[in-house]
Design a protein around this ligand. Structure first.
Ligand code: CP3
Length: 358
């Protein structure tokens, strides 16, 4: 890994970060209150987001520092969450190295020429920091505004990025991806190595510019059985998380995927401080599976946002109770905010979490 980044310590960025509940929970120390943020809190359901994004394509909006700053701050202002998540997308670094792709509204990432052969590797060059200078600029603007509120940088994990490249777009069962993995393990390894370099580079630029935690999204890795995860995926995800650790060991690493109940310990072992849990596995059960060694993040079912306040409040308290069995708990949804979610329900969740269990 290149050495153009100066090592930083999170507390040196802003002294107020030393007491940030999100960082304390991630480090398995007692936070002043249970920290809460939401995956996909920026964008989607917020009217103020729709207003500033009007007429601007998703991938263009991710490369405009003033707009990125505004969109990232919107949910922090509205909800009082304990962290901001950088407004970007997992395919932004792929586009930055020159992959021909787009994000279609309501569909997701679509790749012009799906990945099939060794020759296709040439279309996915390594990421250099100079290709994403605007990302460093956005992070710098944001951390100056955020003060003592942590900014979570993120990237897609190699498997999930590979799934889009190989399938050509969103897919239900990832058949083509798994077929490549099983029929040509060498090509698969070469692809994941390249994606690990890109993912690590994207995270390191964000951390060097001031992000104080990172999340590696392996959203679709729950499609794999444990043995295949260990053989074909874990080494590349571990390389990404190690690259962040090498740059700054004080930056907590969160590792998340959907339907990963069987994979949780292996995802922790890949080098995470915090393991993200979807809504299928209660947090106390997840903690048992993880051997009590990791902080957990999650895991309110996003569908409960459409329930009554009574039911929603009860589910929040149950999640807090189950999370209290872990050595650290960052409250979140079990997956992203649904586009139709009512922002007032999310605000209610934040206030209920901050009020505590009783
Ligand atoms: C798998 C994945 C993607 N992108 C991401 C993941 C991992 C998270 C997860 O598991 O949900 C990550 C992501 N994408 C986006 C963020 C922004 C920060 C945040 O979480 O608030 C983050 C963290 C913005 C976005 N990324 C996307 C939008 C919607 C585009 C728009 O507003 O026009 C946003 C705000 C598009 C996108 N991009 C992707 C999908 C599946 C979609 C959905 C299509 C849709 O729902 O319209 C790929």
């Amino acid at each position: 890994m290149s050495t153009e980044f100066a090592a930083l310590s999170v507390a040196a960025r802003d002294p107020r970060l030393a007491d940030a509940p999100l960082l304390a929970a991630a480090r398995r120390r007692s936070p002043a209150h249970t920290p809460v943020w939401f995956m996909r809190q920026a964008g989607r359901s917020l009217p103020e987001y729709k207003k500033v994004r009007a007429g601007i394509a998703m991938l263009d909006s991710c490369r405009r520092p003033e707009l990125v700053t505004e969109i990232t701050l919107q949910p922090v202002r509205r909800y009082g969450v304990d962290a901001a998540i950088f407004f970007s997308d997992i395919v932004v670094p792929l586009k930055a190295v020159g992959v021909d792709l787009d994000i279609r509204p309501g569909v997701g990432p679509v790749i012009a020429e799906p990945f099939r052969t060794h020759a296709d590797l040439d279309r996915i060059p390594e990421l250099e920091p100079g290709m994403i200078e605007d990302i460093a600029t956005s992070v710098g603007l944001l951390t100056a505004e955020l003060g003592g509120t942590p900014l979570i940088g993120f990237a897609g994990a190699p498997f999930t990025l590979a799934s889009y490249l190989v399938e050509g777009g969103p897919s239900r069962d990832l058949t083509k991806t798994k077929a490549l993995m099983y029929t040509d393990p060498q090509l698969w390894r070469a692809l994941l190595d390249r994606l690990a370099q890109i993912s690590a580079g994207f995270l390191r630029v964000q951390v060097a510019a001031g992000a104080s935690a990172v999340q590696l999204f392996d959203s679709w890795v729950g499609a794999l059985p444990l043995a295949d995860y260990r053989t074909h995926v874990q080494p590349s995800s571990a390389a990404v998380l190690q690259a962040v650790r090498d740059l700054d060991p004080s930056v907590p690493r969160i590792h998340f995927g959907v339907q990963t109940g069987e994979l949780l310990p292996a995802m922790g072992e890949a080098g995470a401080d915090v393991v993200g849990v979807d809504f299928r596995v209660p947090l106390d059960v997840a903690t048992e599976r993880l051997g009590g060694d990791y902080a957990v993040q999650g895991n309110l079912d996003p569908a409960t946002l459409f329930a009554s306040r009574e039911v929603l409040g009860e589910r929040v308290r149950q999640t807090l109770e189950a999370g209290s069995k872990a050595p650290g708990h960052i409250f979140n949804l079990g997956h992203g905010v649904p586009p139709e979610a009512d922002p007032d329900q999310l605000k209610f969740v934040v206030d209920t979490v901050h009020a505590g269990k009783s």
